[in-house]
Write a protein that binds this ligand. Structure first.
Ligand SMILES: [Zn+2]
Ligand SMILES: [Zn+2]
Length: 252
């Protein structure tokens, strides 16, 4: 006999967590949000369709949401376009992204946003539901329009920082967050280098200030040790710290 579905069954599975470019062990940013009834892909960084197809049938994905136009966050989309249009022959999959991301996707795959994908341009004021997930956004501190993403379902909320410098905080959502997947591109010694990303220490401080219970570290570039980013958090954050690796699933 099957058990009744848990109304608080929102979880996030890491598809790719490498920052800036793919590593030997991980594609770039890509995350799968799931409940018992809804499946949404957030970001589609290069190389991500391999792990994605280990985790889910592409036909089960209800929508794709893209954080920004930098290539490490969306350039698997031309591949996914081929998969949907010519492979599994699904047309009109809802895709949400910034205006700049559409310009770039259209340049590579001119038919994608009018065939396999049904495109909606979003900004930080956007708010919509996909199945039982409610999506809201917050513009981050990054050189192009970049949207941090909050996903709420069943009374809990997960957020994703996308890429951001230190001037953005998850408090900017103005609503509670239980778990955040936070970029930690920088080693602590580069905090002052005016690079539009944050360190583990900076992510920890901001997650603590927002009252978040679980901090998942992502977007660490190849050749850098994610455990160094976790160690750099130190006393700034007293909740649970996890490291994003492909295939790992976290629950708020
Ligand atoms: Zn990035
Ligand atoms: Zn970026």
């Amino acid at each position: 006999m099957s058990e009744p579905s848990n109304p608080n069954d929102l979880r996030i599975t890491i598809i790719g967590s490498s920052g800036t470019y793919s590593s030997a062990d991980s594609a770039c940013s890509s995350y799968l949000l799931r409940t018992s009834t809804t499946t949404v892909l957030v970001d589609a960084g290069p190389g991500s369709s391999m792990e994605l197809q280990r985790q889910v049938d592409l036909g089960e994905i209800d929508a794709i949401v893209l954080s920004h136009e930098h290539p490490d966050h969306w350039t698997e989309m031309p591949s996914l376009y081929h998969a949907y249009r010519y492979g599994i022959e699904i047309l009109g999959l809802p895709v949400f992204g910034t205006a700049g991301t559409k310009v770039r996707l259209d340049a590579v795959s001119p038919d994608a946003t009018a065939t396999a994908f049904a495109w909606t341009t979003i900004d930080e004021s956007s708010a919509f539901s996909i199945g039982d997930m409610a999506f809201t956004f917050s513009a981050t501190d990054h050189p192009v329009e970049t949207l941090a993403i909050r996903i709420a379902s069943g009374g809990v909320a997960v957020a994703y920082s996308a890429d951001t410098g230190p001037a953005w905080s998850p408090k900017d959502f103005g609503n509670h967050i239980d778990l955040i997947v936070y970029e930690t591109t920088l080693p602590t010694e580069l905090e002052e280098a005016k690079i539009p990303h944050v360190s583990g220490r900076q992510a920890g401080e901001r997650a603590a200030a927002a009252g978040i219970k679980t901090l998942v570290l992502t977007h660490v570039p190849p050749g850098h040790d994610p455990t160094e980013r976790a160690a750099a958090i130190g006393e700034t954050f007293s909740g649970t710290v996890e490291i994003a690796v492909p295939g790992a699933t976290f629950r708020p």
